[in-house]
Design a binder for this molecule. Structure first.
Ligand SMILES: [Zn+2]
Length: 198
């Protein structure tokens, strides 16, 4: 039986996406062996995240300031807005500067199965941004999953009455494809070949 401290850390790590109880225990043992080297670095990095990172009130990105660096970057095209499900998708698109506009992070996708409703996502914030004007194009960059497409369809309906061009990623995207896992070439192609919604 492991000590309480080890159980507590393993329990906390096991809640991370992609880490089960077994790999969490292995990570704990790895850290214990490196308590003088890797562990302080991890503690420091976690502290920095806790102290410095905030969610951008405009777009939902995670950064050290709100509004974030992307929202305040004057070189970006404020007339073009790309809607993504998660911050990870924003990062995937932004990694190679594939998109030169700004973003809006929904914080998930509609899901009847998981009980995620429109009001659980940052959809009203999106509608407000579009209603405020100054935006010509909204790119719906949802994942090529059933739920992602349902979400895109719902948002398209909500934005229907505004004078903006609604486009979506070309579905050269593999079915079930999550943006986060796509290589930059595929993502760039899907973005370049984006097409009107409807
Ligand atoms: Zn922002």
């Amino acid at each position: 039986m492991a000590s309480q401290e080890i159980e507590a850390l393993a329990g906390a790590l096991a809640r991370l996406p992609g880490l089960g109880p077994r790999s969490a225990r292995r990570a704990v043992l790895w850290l214990i062996k490196r308590r003088e080297t890797a562990l302080p670095q991890l503690v420091e990095a976690l502290d920095m995240v806790r102290e410095r990172l905030v969610e951008c009130e405009t777009c939902g990105n995670v950064d050290t300031a709100s509004p974030c660096g992307i929202c305040t970057d004057p070189r970006r095209d404020a007339r073009s807005l790309c809607v993504v499900e998660e911050v990870a998708d924003l990062w995937a698109l932004d990694r190679a500067r594939l998109f030169g506009g700004r973003y809006h992070v929904l914080g998930g996708r509609l899901s009847a199965l998981e009980g995620v409703r429109p009001e659980d996502l940052a959809i009203s914030g999106l509608v407000e941004r579009v209603a405020a004007g100054g935006i010509d194009e909204v790119v719906l960059a949802m994942n090529a999953t059933l739920e992602g497409q349902t979400t895109a369809h719902y948002i398209a309906e909500r934005l229907e009455s505004f004078p903006v061009r609604l486009t979506q990623l070309a579905h050269g995207l593999p079915v079930g494809g999550e943006l986060d896992y796509l290589d930059e070439g595929t993502l760039a192609q899907a973005l370049r070949a984006r097409k009107p919604v409807g």
